[in-house]
Write a protein that binds this ligand. Structure first.
Ligand SMILES: Nc1ncnc2c1ncn2[C@@H]1O[C@H](COP(=O)(O)OP(=O)(O)OP(=O)(O)O)[C@@H](O)[C@H]1O
Ligand SMILES: [Mg+2]
Length: 274
C-alpha cells in the first residue's frame, strides 16, 4: 500500500486550474520564466528576485538555499500563489497562474498547495486536531469528515495520540508535525516549507525530514528552504539563490535518508529519567 492512500484529501473536488482537461503528466509541475519581484518601500526599490528561470517536475524534493536576503522566501511565496510577481511568468501544472481568478487562486492555495513555516503558526487555543482541520473549514466538507481526515493526517505524522493536546502541550517537533498534518489535510500535491527545521534541535529536525522524505516517496513534491547544509543533504536537488538569481542548481542522486541517520543516533534520554 502506498503511503498516499493513508493521507486525507483525495481528488473528489474538480480543480478549476485544470478544468480545461486532465493534468498533462509531461508538463513540469512548476515552471518559472524570468520571474522577478520588486518591493517598494517609499522611494526605495528592493529587487528581491531578478529573473528566475526554473522547472520542477512532479515528485521532486528540492532544497532552496542561499544567504539571508537572497530571495528564498520571496520565491516560495510566489510559487505558493501568496503574492504576485512584478514581472515574469509562472505555470503551475501547465496553467498560467496570472490568468487565474481570485477564486481559482484561493482554490489552488487551499487544495493543491500545503504550507509549512519555521514558527509552526498554530492556533494556541485550539487542539492539534482542530488546528489540522482548519484548512478543511473552507472546503465545505462536513464536521465528521473534517474530523476523520484530520485524524488520518495526524496519524500520518505519528501523532494520533496527541489529537486533544494544545500546541503548548506539545514539543517543538510535535508542533511542527501538527503543522505538516495541517498542510497535508487537503491532499495537496506540492508542499512548500520555509525553514521547517529552523527552530528545531538535531534529532527533531531529522524526524521532520524523515516525514518530508516519506511524503515525497509517496509522490508529494516538496520545495523547502533551509540554511543548513545537513538538511539540504536529504534533498536530491539543491538550488542556491544569490542576490535574487539562481546561482547553482545541483542534483545529488544519492541523498541521505533521514530515517537512517535517525536510527543511527543513540536513543533519546527519557524526560524525567533519573
Ligand atoms: N514585504 C517586503 N517589503 C520590502 N522588502 C522585502 C519584503 N519582503 C522581503 N523583502 C526584501 O527582499 C529581499 C529578499 O527577502 P527574502 O525574505 O525573500 O529573503 P530570504 O532569502 O528568505 O532571507 P532569510 O534567509 O533571511 O529568510 C530582502 O532584501 C528583503 O529585505
Ligand atoms: Mg526567508
Amino acid at each position: 500500500m502506498s503511503a498516499t492512500s493513508e493521507l486525507p484529501g483525495g481528488d473528489a473536488v474538480p480543480n478549476p486550474a485544470t478544468a480545461a482537461g486532465a493534468v498533462d503528466r509531461g508538463v513540469p509541475l512548476i515552471r518559472l520564466e524570468g520571474l522577478a519581484k520588486d518591493y517598494r518601500l517609499g522611494s526605495t526599490v528592493v529587487h528581491a528576485l531578478r529573473g528566475v528561470d526554473l522547472e520542477v517536475a512532479r515528485g521532486e524534493l528540492v532544497a532552496l538555499m542561499g544567504p539571508s536576503g537572497s530571495g528564498k522566501s520571496t520565491l516560495l511565496h510566489l510559487v505558493g500563489c501568496l503574492d504576485r510577481p512584478t514581472s515574469g511568468r509562472y505555470w503551475l501544472e501547465g496553467v498560467a497562474v496570472e490568468n487565474l481568478t481570485a477564486r481559482q487562486l484561493a482554490f489552488v492555495r487551499n487544495r493543491k498547495l500545503g504550507f509549512i513555516f519555521q514558527t509552526f503558526n498554530l492556533l494556541p487555543r485550539a487542539s492539534a486536531l482542530d488546528n489540522v482541520a482548519l484548512p478543511l473549514l473552507y472546503s465545505g466538507v462536513s464536521a465528521s469528515v473534517r474530523q476523520e481526515r484530520s485524524r488520518l493526517a495526524l496519524a500520518a505524522v505519528g501523532l494520533a495520540d496527541r489529537a486533544r493536546h494544545r500546541p503548548s502541550e506539545l514539543s517543538g517537533g510535535q508542533q511542527q508535525r501538527v503543522a505538516i498534518a495541517r498542510a497535508l489535510v487537503t491532499g495537496p500535491g506540492l508542499l512548500l516549507a520555509d525553514e521547517p527545521t529552523g527552530n528545531l534541535d538535531t534529532r527533531t529536525s531529522l524526524e521532520v525530514m524523515a516525514i518530508l522524505q516519506q511524503l515525497n516517496a509517496a509522490g508529494i513534491t516538496v520545495l523547502l528552504v533551509t540554511h543548513e547544509p545537513d538538511i539540504a543533504a536529504f534533498c536530491p536537488r539543491i538550488l542556491t539563490l544569490q542576490d535574487g538569481r539562481v546561482l547553482q542548481d545541483v542534483r545529488l542522486p544519492g541523498a541521505n535518508r533521514a530515517a537512517d541517520v535517525l536510527a543511527s543516533l543513540p536513543p533519546p534520554v527519557e524526560q524525567g529519567a533519573a
